[in-house]
Design a protein around this ligand. Structure first.
Ligand SMILES: CC(C)(COP(=O)(O)OP(=O)(O)OC[C@H]1O[C@@H](n2cnc3c(N)ncnc32)[C@H](O)[C@@H]1OP(=O)(O)O)[C@@H](O)C(=O)NCCC(=O)NCCS
Length: 203
């Protein structure tokens, strides 16, 4: 028997409030070695086009309570970056991603809290990100992960991201970097599966 269709609840945040929300949600990720602070997030995003999305869902022990469960933060990257980490990223992408005359969106951070994994929240966020990116004239979404992040690799596979670069770590292959991308075109939206309610956060 088919299950009841889920309507995912997604909130889009402005920078200051979004940075605080991301800092809060990252505190729930025990497996992340370095958690981003709100200051770091504001610094990275303030001068570039960006998108902060958070999905909410019912708390398992109190379904009446809606809590943030999954998030995705992305920003534009260009050839002329000023921040050392982004200069390096763009340098590593050269020859694999075409920047000339195109807009490239980099998915910087994201994840789903353990108790809510496997329920489609990350797919819903990814599809909403793609919808927004196409609406804003982006041509491609790029994401970086590591060999050892098996859940993320499996998920990106399901979400039809393609590996475009693999950077082997000579000491430990689990630490090797994997770069993936997805070209954006309006027909992609027709293949989206999630049903979503998207709201803008209000203070
Ligand atoms: C990866 C992660 C974001 C997935 O979030 P999620 O909300 O559970 O994902 P969804 O339920 O939306 O699943 C999306 C798709 O990926 C698939 N998927 C989810 N987890 C998977 C896994 N562990 N292995 C393989 N596929 C997986 C789902 O089946 C689904 O595909 P489908 O829609 O075709 O059925 C979550 O497991 C996570 O935060 N993991 C830790 C993140 C991490 O290690 N980050 C390190 C930096 S990159």
């Amino acid at each position: 028997m088919p299950g009841i269709p889920v309507e995912y609840l997604i909130t889009q945040y402005d920078l200051e409030q979004g940075a605080l929300e991301i800092q809060y949600i990252e505190e729930h990720f025990g497996e992340f070695p370095s958690k981003k602070t709100a200051t770091e997030i504001v610094r990275r995003l303030r001068d570039r086009t960006h998108l902060i999305l958070i999905a909410s869902g019912p708390a398992p022990d109190d379904p009446g309570m809606i809590v943030p469960v999954s998030y995705k933060v992305a920003h534009e990257i260009c050839v002329e970056e000023m921040e050392p980490k982004l200069i390096e990223l763009v340098h590593r992408l050269q020859g694999h991603v075409q920047f000339d005359g195109r807009r490239v969106l980099y998915t910087w951070i994201g994840g789903t809290r353990r108790d809510w994994r496997g329920q489609g929240h990350f797919r819903a966020l990814t599809e909403q990100q793609e919808f927004w990116a196409i609406e804003h004239g982006f041509d491609e979404v790029v994401v970086k992960t590591k060999n050892k992040f098996y859940e993320m690799r499996g998920t990106l596979d399901h979400l039809r991201f393609e590996v475009m670069k693999y950077e082997r770590n000579p000491l430990d292959n689990a630490e090797s970097k994997v770069y993936l991308s997805k070209r954006l075109h309006p027909e992609l939206i027709e293949r989206h599966r999630s049903s979503r309610t998207v709201v803008q956060a209000t203070i």
